[in-house]
Design a protein around this ligand. Sequence first.
Ligand SMILES: [Zn+2]
Length: 364
Amino acid sequence: MRELPYTPPSIIDVHRERVEPLFRAWTAKKSVPQTLLFAGPHGIGKQAFTRFLAQALQCEESPFKPQDDGGFGSLFGGGMDSEPAQTTPTRLEPCGKCTRCRRFETRQPFDWYEIESDTPGETLKVEPFRRIKEKLGQRAYESPFLIFSIANAERMTIQAANSILKVIEEPPEGWLFIFTTSDVSRIPATVLSRCQLIRLGALPEATLKQGLREEGVNAPDTTPWHLSEGSYDRLKTILSPEWRALRTACTEILQDPESALPAVFDKGTGEPEFLENFLEVSETLLSDLFKLARTGESEQPELTHSDLAERLKKILDKRRSSKKGPLTGNEIFSKIEATQRLRGSLTTAANTKLVLQAAIQNLR
Ligand SMILES: [Zn+2]
């Protein structure tokens, strides 16, 4: 089981609240849907939550019991005690103490297979799905379910998706598939129609802040929270020294277009993520400039980069006293539009070096 980035407990709690009512319904019906699909923005802890749910289902305290455990095997999902231990609504919570929980916590769970591409960002090819099919006829070794987790399912190739259609249409008894995706529109319709779709939302700002406290990360008051779009991973990027260096570099280009390019651009030219961050930072800095150019001296517009307000005002002042004359709202607006067009072109696998050159030129 690979190491996931740290996911604070408060983030798991947000998703637990979403899924708990379903879990109670499954408990009451004595069956769990055998193909679940968690969809939600990138970086909200979907995979960590999948593991949490899996642990809760496999835990010795789970209302679902292994098929050979004296319980009856249900038609769907795992078997249950003929008399559930609890009559009150069940909380979705692994005990954390039993052998099966400990196996999860030491990343050696039984009856758990996690499928993902070897390289981040690459497609999920057919091979691991063939290995799932080779397990047909097997059942869980010691837990209620044999769980297959497929992360970033939108990366499945068509061949990979086709190869498991039959299995997910009628999974063997006790088998459970949990797919996750950050882009449900890219899940083949044939797979989607066989899954129970559960949407997990973007994280509220309060949860992001709580998460940072739990992880012991300090965030300045001026953190542009809304740029995270409710994604914890994205927030961590925004708080990283690399992101802040990039932001400083963009401001320097705006401030002094004739200056040599900041060193930060040397390494970033070939990396799509760098380029994406660069374009986002450019766009939001330009938007701040636009707001400042349009408001009077006494007004304080709400800025994304509020801590850079003074530097941005200086940029406007400098232009006002230059030969070119003041930086007008229209001029800034057309730069924003150009940046947006460049961001749009990123999705179509553009030449990243050319896009970066155009983006830098646009800032000057
Ligand atoms: Zn347990």
